[in-house]
Ligand binder design. Structure first.
Ligand code: GTP
Length: 551
């Protein structure tokens, strides 16, 4: 029972410990992840801000090219190249710059001549691309021309000078939007100028490009123009990211202007090149000039979070479980120690009981010894006094026992004493009746709450012993072992001493002996006015044994 309680308590402590440890570890992990998440959003916002700033700075520098057209309608190639190459030197993400004037077909000849004259060219022609890919001088009679006149940039971006961009739909629409907005205008998505024009060449599809235009005014005859640039977003990213060292995040730049499907402009792959944790991606709006809605999508790799997560939640869990284990262990140890103490106490109690039993038992006869008899007599006497109940004492003595010893020897004598004691004990039916060895071959029987009728029991005992037929060849009374008994019954009184009871029972026994042994004699006692008991007569009313001998 106690073991089950201990086990249940230990289980309860274990369960609570497990729950608390798990809870604490989970809370810690959760708050740590929350912190990492916030840090991630901050990192992404920082990147997006730096990237926007870098790109805007590059775009804004294009306004400087407008200075070329102050005070003159057609700048010289030399001047254009100087300003454009300086701009590109400062902004590595600008890979090419074009000047694209807008002229009416009627003014084409004048314009071609002015370009040639301004730059000392032998000739300059506005070109158009035929369906077979061949480039020929334009023969358009009406409408507008938007030819590429000056170019500064990487050769991979170079297209034939003079080519009319009105034939190129995506670029042409970009120029018209720029004209409408009157400011910086970003193209929708990527436009590969050269591919669109020639459908051949050394264009690198991995290069992400964005076109920008600035409307220009001033040419006689209401001619406007544009500056178109090609921006390598990879460079813009690289430049921006070099300022913020955050590893483990993939970035995607999306254009979501108007209602169109989001268009992927650029995908920056993290240097770690590890697996992406899509669930934690986040979108950040970009603030880039050019009338477009761009978004930065940040996709963290598992590395980003795992690398920053600490071992603290694990440590808390392990420590919690260790503490729980320690408590359980101590609990079980204490319980075991208690069980051991309980067991030892029980053993001690049993031993004490055994010792007490031994201390009050006569070793030869296994009935109560004299010491215990005295103890019980005292208690019963007091009880008799309290309850006003009679108390009877029977003194028993084996007849002619000296002769028995002499005849059979002491060992046989011991056995005889043992047999008589057992017979007397077996005759007692009530648990409170006590048979004790009073000394030598003499016994005392204490019968609480018993009146003079005790002589009947005494006589039955006497008979029973005689009927045992224990041979006693030397006896003067009978061929078998017999006993004489003296019975005394009193009602305890304050004035009476317990020794009186013994004395009267002794005297009655003496009478039984004197009267010929093998008989029961009852002491007649009366308490006088002075309180002293008096033995009125010793009544040998119980007949002697049937087989008598000469004394
Ligand atoms: N074997 C044995 N003998 C004992 C023991 N205790 C006392 N005796 C003997 O019991 C005898 C008692 O004898 P007595 O008191 O003279 O009386 P008795 O011979 O029985 O004669 P009556 O009592 O007059 O019938 C003595 O010889 C004791 O030695 C004992 O434990 N074992």
């Amino acid at each position: 029972m106690k073991d089950t309680v201990t086990r249940n308590w230990a289980l309860l402590v274990l369960t609570l410990g497990l729950m608390l440890s798990l809870g604490a570890a989970w809370l810690l992990h959760f708050s740590e992840q929350e912190q990492l998440r916030n840090r991630f959003v901050k990192d992404v916002s920082d990147r997006s801000a730096v990237f926007s700033r870098e790109l805007n700075t590059s775009l804004e520098t294009l306004y400087t090219l407008q200075t070329l057209f102050i005070g003159q309608a057609i700048p010289r190639l030399e001047d254009f190249e100087f300003v454009a190459s300086n701009t590109r030197a400062r902004h590595k993400d600008i890979v090419a710059i074009y000047w694209v004037p807008e002229i009416s077909a009627g003014l084409r000849d004048v314009f071609e001549r002015d370009i040639a004259t301004t730059n000392g060219f032998r000739t300059f022609k506005v070109l158009r691309q035929q369906p077979d890919g061949q480039v020929v001088p334009s023969d358009k009679a009406s409408g507008l021309h938007r030819p590429v006149v000056y170019f500064q940039g990487e050769l991979s971006q170079k297209i034939p000078l003079g080519i009319d961009l009105t034939d190129n739909y995506p670029v042409n629409s970009l120029l018209m939007q720029a004209k409408l907005s009157g400011g910086l205008t970003l193209s929708s998505g990527r436009i590969a100028l050269k591919d669109s024009l020639l459908k051949q060449g050394d264009y690198h599809s991995s290069m992400m490009k964005v076109a920008l235009s600035i409307p220009l005014r001033g040419y006689p005859g209401k001619v406007a123009g544009y500056i178109v640039t090609v921006i390598d977003l990879r460079e813009s990213f690289a430049k921006a990211l070099s300022q913020i060292r955050v590893a483990g995040i993939d970035m995607k730049l999306w254009d979501q202007t108007g209602v169109q499907e989001p268009m992927l402009l650029h995908h920056h792959v993290s240097r770690t090149r590890l697996e992406i944790d899509e669930r934690r991606s986040t979108l950040v709006p970009m603030h880039v000039n050019g009338n477009r809605q761009w978004f930065m999508e940040a996709l963290p790799t598992f590395y980003y979070f795992n690398n920053k997560a600490t071992w603290l939640p694990h440590l808390v869990f392990v420590l919690g479980m260790s503490l729980t284990g320690l408590i359980c262990f101590s609990f079980v140890r204490i319980a075991r120690r208690n069980a051991k103490i309980r067991h030892e106490t029980h053993q001690l109690l049993t031993s004490n009981q055994e010792l007490a039993e031994i201390s009050r038992t006569d070793a030869l006869t296994a009935v109560a010894n004299r010491r215990y008899f005295d103890e019980v007599l005292d208690k019963e006497w007091k009880r008799s006094l309290r309850n006003k109940t009679p108390l009877t004492l029977i003194m028993v003595d084996i007849d002619c026992f000296k002769l028995y010893n002499d005849y059979y020897g002491h060992l046989e004598g011991d056995e005889c004493i043992h047999a008589v004691a057992q017979t007397l004990r077996d005759m007692m039916s009530r648990p409170m009746d006590l048979v004790a060895r009073y000394g030598g071959e003499e016994f005392a029987i204490l019968l609480p709450d018993t009146n003079e009728n005790a002589v009947i029991l005494a006589e039955q005992c006497r008979k029973m012993i005689e009927q045992q037929r224990i041979a006693h060849a030397a006896s003067k009374v009978s061929p078998y072992v017999t006993v004489s008994m003296g019975v005394a019954t009193v009602n305890a009184a304050q004035t009476l001493d317990v020794s009186e009871l013994i004395r009267h029972a002794d005297r009655a026994l003496y009478s039984a002996k004197a009267n010929g042994r093998n008989q029961v004699v009852r002491a007649e006692i009366e308490v006088g006015h002075g309180g002293a008991p008096q033995l009125l007569e010793q009544n040998p009313l119980i007949q002697q044994g049937s087989e008598k001998r000469e004394r």
